[in-house]
Design a protein around this ligand. Structure first.
Ligand SMILES: Cc1cc2nc3c(=O)[nH]c(=O)nc-3n(C[C@H](O)[C@H](O)[C@H](O)COP(=O)(O)OP(=O)(O)OC[C@H]3O[C@@H](n4cnc5c(N)ncnc54)[C@H](O)[C@@H]3O)c2cc1C
Length: 407
């Protein structure tokens, strides 16, 4: 059978899209290509948080699909994606009470469980927190974290079982179109793969394929990063994820250690054309390759919440690109000017969380079904006037990461 649906990129978005297409009986028509090993881009670097607690209903719904998919992969496909159903605490000073109350109300209305906890209840779950550092705490029991590589691999295996084919070492040079419709993709050796539908899921590199088509995607690859401490008995193995939004930080357990991230006030951003194909060894900021500068800026506030950090060594530093958009919305949808062209990108640091929702949405658009969420704000063509390679625009995207809210 002719494979007429081509997905460019086998990160978690590409894999989830293939899986969703397979579930709609289109697996035999799907070819996924990647120039690198599967899930070796941003996906393998993620902290793996899957968080449905958000103010925006469409984003809640995308995340909710992933929670459903994790269960389905386990029960129907026997896949263990390293899911830890630990829940999430959102804690902060009294000044955060109104915002937290709002989030609780929004989530409860959407059927997402949540409740206030007092300090004793918080400390019973997360004894490493200093009770003097926070006044209010809301707990959402259904939040979890996964192994992003395992989740991506599980989508991919499921897709392959349903007929999708993966082709690695395959670099798409550009997407071809004629008379307003996709006709195929051209590989770097000039081979043409004729297809009628192309999904650009090329992660931080999506704009390199999209801009030449007159479809600039409003996003830029901004540095995401986190650190993992040495192991210590002070950290409960399956304590909840903890969000400390007043200091733009989060933490979760990681096999006896603490994994924590802190968003900088001025994050480093890469020019998409300067991003190597293989991220191994890539540094965003030569002056601060290991993020020590950012860590020392954040350290005072982090150790206020977690005094144990003062005496703890850092065992690992993980960094990679996340595509931030000025409006905080992902970029998922079909081009209106080139039939058969779809985009799934602009993850805003939440691509693991959104993965199954993005997969479902793209599959519905390919099938011509009514989308399960209002996708109007995710439209790839929502900012055709921008130049995604302009240095000022890159800074706008970096600022979007610095100022994003937890939810
Ligand atoms: C440090 C860090 C922590 C994070 N933590 C979280 C988290 O806790 N929770 C969460 O939800 N998200 C998190 N994220 C974000 C998450 O990792 C991303 O949103 C997600 O991995 C994006 O997946 P993707 O498939 O779009 O991109 P990628 O995984 O980068 O995949 C894109 C693929 O496209 C391929 N490609 C590109 N161009 C071409 C071409 N021309 N031809 C062929 N192949 C091509 C690449 O080789 C690559 O494999 C984090 C990100 C980072 C960096």
């Amino acid at each position: 059978m002719q494979r007429d649906i081509l997905i460019i990129g086998c990160g978690i978005f590409g894999a989830a899209i293939a899986w969703s297409l397979g579930r709609r009986g289109l697996g035999q028509r799907v070819l996924i290509v990647d120039r690198q090993p599967a899930a070796s881009g941003a996906t393998s670097r993620a902290a793996g948080l899957v968080t449905q607690v958000r103010a925006d209903p469409a984003l809640q719904a995308l995340a909710g699909e992933t929670l459903v998919a994790i269960e389905l992969l386990k029960t129907h496909f026997g896949e263990d994606v390293g899911c830890h159903h630990v829940g999430a605490l959102h804690i902060g000073p009294l000044a955060q009470q109104t915002a937290l109350a709002h989030m609780l109300a929004v989530c409860t209305a959407a059927g997402i469980r949540g409740q206030w906890l007092d300090k004793a209840q918080v400390l019973a779950q997360s004894p490493w927190l200093d009770p003097e550092a926070f006044d209010v705490a809301a707990y959402f029991p259904d939040e979890c974290f996964v192994d992003p590589y395992l989740l991506s691999s599980a989508y991919l295996r499921g897709a392959q079982q349903m007929g999708a084919r993966l082709r690695l070492d395959t670099r798409v040079a550009h997407i071809q179109h004629k008379a307003g419709a996709v006709t195929g993709v051209v590989l770097e050796d000039d081979t043409v793969l004729p297809v009628r539908t192309v999904v650009n899921a090329a992660g931080a590199w999506s704009n390199l394929l999209s801009v030449p088509l007159g479809l600039p995607l409003p996003m830029a690859p901004v540095r995401s990063q986190y650190w993992i401490t040495e192991r210590s008995s002070e950290f409960t193995p399956d304590g909840p994820i903890v969000f400390m939004s007043d200091i733009r930080a989060y933490a979760r357990s990681e096999v006896g250690a603490l994994l924590f991230g802190a968003r900088e006030s001025a994050p480093a951003v890469a020019h998409p054309q300067a991003l190597p194909e293989n991220l191994q060894g890539f540094v965003f900021d030569a002056a601060d390759p290991d993020g020590w500068g950012n860590l020392s800026d954040a350290f005072g506030s982090l150790s206020r919440y977690c005094p144990a950090l003062e005496r703890m060594g850092i065992a690992h530093y993980i960094t990679g690109p996340s595509n931030y958009t000025p409006d905080g919305q992902p970029i998922v949808g079909a081009s209106q000017s080139i039939r058969g062209l779809l985009v799934a990108s602009g993850c805003n640091g939440s691509g693991i969380t959104y993965s199954a929702g993005v997969g479902r949405l793209i599959a519905e658009l390919v099938c011509g079904d009514v989308p399960f969420v209002d996708a109007s704000r995710l439209d790839p063509a929502r900012a055709l006037q921008i130049d995604p390679f302009d240095p000022d625009f890159l800074q706008t995207c970096a600022h979007a990461r610095a100022t994003k809210s937890t939810g």
